[in-house]
Design a binder for this molecule. Structure first.
Ligand SMILES: Cc1ncc(C[n+]2csc(CCOP(=O)(O)OP(=O)(O)O)c2C)c(N)n1
Length: 648
């Protein structure tokens, strides 16, 4: 590597000649591929925007100009061009580079983001704010003012929030650039009519035609600035060349000038067009066509698999294939993998879509729509299951409330990646699904702890017709710990005792652990470690709504200390439900201790480290058990709120 280590910031990039940029692009690709192969992370999305990001930083000055990422999973080249190469080797760890834009890391990152669809709206807000404060770029009155750019993918722009943003962006009376990174891909193939529209634009209006037409216009306007003069002087014919109206002029209807598509790997063209767009005083969409995974053969060939792979080995292929190959190691069975067997696979829907093409749908990045579609299906008498990451359920809460719960419709939610998610960090934790859904009357809220319990939970939900139901499970491997035990069916609001000697209630334990979800298995490990000191009963609580009030009453009446444990926020979670139930039963809740995610943001790291940080690993649970038995106040106890992540 020759050039990349010399780039401490965009000003160093600007010192390079245009001829040096392809070499820099190659070095960036190499660095990203090398790092992701060791740590896991978003590979193909970043490889696809290397030239585009170089060109953006080459043309704009994002020390003053605003650059807003949509999703933000494609920010690695941007981070490398803004002085963060030293953090790359520890990608997605606390001391290394976050996998998403992170203002704590650099002033070049404006928002911590990870959810799709937000870039255009936040950019509109900043564009308006800069206008109000007199800092906005204006070609006549403030030519050195701040420009605004947002980068969004072709699958994310379909999102309802992005549409709302576009609708409003068209009313701006100033420079505002939406760069559409069109690679024809979401994680898999994108869904819906707009995806088909982009396909048509790509096919019908290739870059070569576009450039020829644009050059023709330039020739007609001596000394002209391509975009500006074409738009203002050359009339409708020129506009038609610059903005593809053959596919329907989609963005034009929102009031944005539409330019492209241009080749997103051709640096001179990118620089040429971005330079023009930089000083264009109206909202514009620059449609840039890129190849997801560009430059790394295996990532290009299988961009879906290499969208966000775990660590993988790169080795030279045999001579026949003559290209580097990558193997993603097969790991242990995950809770996500179980769903494949259950035919209810969620965000990784491929197999369900193949096996049940008539009754499985991938709606794209449209959680609100998907929830309402489920409501409609339920209204026609079907029993829909909606698989969604816990963090993205948040987008559909209003629909869960009104169109599902209020109607008493039995929509079943499979909440994947519930709890701490590891390397994706704070933007993706499923920390509040129970807090949100617990507010909905008739909701039945379940958690699975292993594969048999997930199957049993789904079976319960299949027959639960009174309203919304949900099962949550983390991004984790399946514990074999209870494989030898039979898993009883779920019964409404009934916990399952995992420590058989206490199951009949005749022996009185020193403490009872009520664990919601997979922490129940960790609690068993902790109980093993303390078996010489305390008699510990461990329950898989199974339900956060309704909670097992029969069990709770019996424990509190016998004055047995209770420790609630959950991989979910302390506020409004399972432990909160237990406290509220105790109060409603008019029983003394002072012996209840809660261990949950603290009221603080947990940043990127391995899930194991995050669990240890909040005391949800076995040593942490051991400490909480000791504290709860002896009456000391411990982690996450609401009566002693802790402002930061506890140092246990
Ligand atoms: C609200 C929301 N739902 C789902 C996701 C999961 N997700 C992350 S990236 C991605 C695909 C984005 O596709 P696109 O915007 O076209 O970018 P590309 O990866 O193709 O560069 C999805 C679905 C998300 N980040 N946010």
């Amino acid at each position: 590597m020759r050039l990349l280590p010399t780039i401490a910031g965009p000003s160093d990039l600007k010192k390079l000649s245009p001829e040096q940029l392809p070499e820099l692009a190659a070095e960036i690709r190499h660095a990203i591929c090398d790092a992701v192969s060791k740590t896991g992370g978003h590979l193909a999305p970043n490889l696809g925007v290397v030239e585009l990001t170089i060109a953006l930083h080459y043309v704009f000055d994002f020390g003053a100009d605003r650059l807003l990422f949509d999703v933000g999973h494609q920010c690695y080249p941007h981070k490398l061009l803004t002085g963060r190469l030293p953090l790359l080797s520890r990608l997605r760890t606390r001391e290394g580079m976050a996998g998403f834009p992170e203002p704590r890391e650099s002033p070049f990152d404006l928002f911590s983001v990870g959810h799709a669809g937000t870039g255009i709206s936040t950019a509109v807000g900043m564009a308006r704010g800069d206008q109000l404060s007199g800092q906005a770029f204006d070609p006549r009155t403030n030519p050195s003012g701040r420009r605004v750019v947002t980068l969004i993918g072709d699958a994310s722009i379909v999102n309802g929030v992005a549409m709302e943003g576009l609708n409003n962006a068209g009313t701006l009376k100033r420079q505002f650039l939406v760069v559409l990174n069109d690679n024809g891909m979401s994680i898999a193939h994108p869904q819906g009519a707009i995806a088909q529209y982009f396909d048509r634009v790509r096919m019908s209006h290739l870059y070569a035609d576009f450039k020829k037409g644009a050059a023709e216009i330039l020739r007609q306007i001596p000394g002209g600035s391509l975009l500006h003069d074409a738009y203002h002087k050359a009339g409708e014919a020129a506009k038609a060349v610059l903005s593809d109206n053959r596919g329907g002029g989609w963005f034009e209807h929102f009031g944005l000038v539409n330019v492209g598509p241009i080749d997103g790997h051709d640096l001179p063209t990118l620089i040429e067009f971005l330079t023009e767009a930089r000083d264009f005083e109206r909202p514009m969409v620059l449609h840039v066509k890129t190849i997801k995974g560009k430059g790394v053969e295996f990532a290009e060939r299988d961009a879906s698999r290499f969208h966000s792979p775990p660590a993988f080995n790169v080795h030279m292929a045999d001579a026949a294939e003559d290209a580097p190959q990558a193997a993603v190691p097969s790991t242990q069975v995950s809770l996500q993998g179980c769903r494949v067997e259950l035919k209810t696979e969620g965000p990784g829907l491929t197999r369900a879509l193949q096996e049940f093409p008539q009754r499985a749908w991938d709606t794209g990045i449209c959680e609100s729509h998907a929830m309402d579609m489920m409501a409609g299906l339920a209204k026609t008498g079907f029993r829909p299951f909606f698989a969604v990451y816990s963090t993205f359920l948040q987008r559909a809460f209003d629909q869960a409330f009104q169109e599902v719960a209020l109607q008493g419709l039995p929509v079943r939610l499979c909440l994947d990646r519930a709890g701490l998610v590891g390397g994706d960090g704070a933007v993706h934790h499923g920390f509040c699904d129970i807090s949100l859904l617990r507010t909905l009357p008739e909701a039945a809220l379940l958690a699975a702890i292993d594969e048999p319990s997930l199957i049993a939970a789904l079976e319960f939900m299949r027959t639960y017709d009174a309203g919304l139901s949900a099962v949550r499970y983390p991004r984790d491997i399946v514990s074999p710990r209870l494989a030898a035990q039979s898993c009883p069916p779920f019964a409404m609001g009934k916990a399952r005792c995992l420590t058989s000697r206490f199951a009949d209630g005749r022996e009185t334990p020193d403490i009872v652990i009520l664990a919601f979800g997979t922490p129940a298995i960790t609690a068993l490990e902790a109980a093993d470690q303390l078996s010489d000191e305390y008699k510990i009963a461990v329950y898989d609580a199974r339900f956060a709504k309704p909670v097992d009030t029969v069990l709770l009453r019996s424990l509190l009446q016998r004055r047995i200390p209770i420790l609630t444990i959950e991989d979910h926020g302390l506020i409004g979670g399972f432990g909160a439900a237990i406290l509220e139930a105790a109060q409603e039963l008019a029983l003394d809740a002072s012996r209840i201790t809660r261990l949950a995610l603290p009221d603080a943001w947990i940043h990127q790291d391995s899930r194991a480290k995050q669990l240890a940080e909040v005391g949800l690993d076995a040593p942490g649970i051991v400490r909480s058990i000791r504290a709860a038995v002896t009456g000391a106040v411990e982690t996450g106890n609401a009566r002693e709120p802790r402002p930061t992540v506890p140092a246990l």
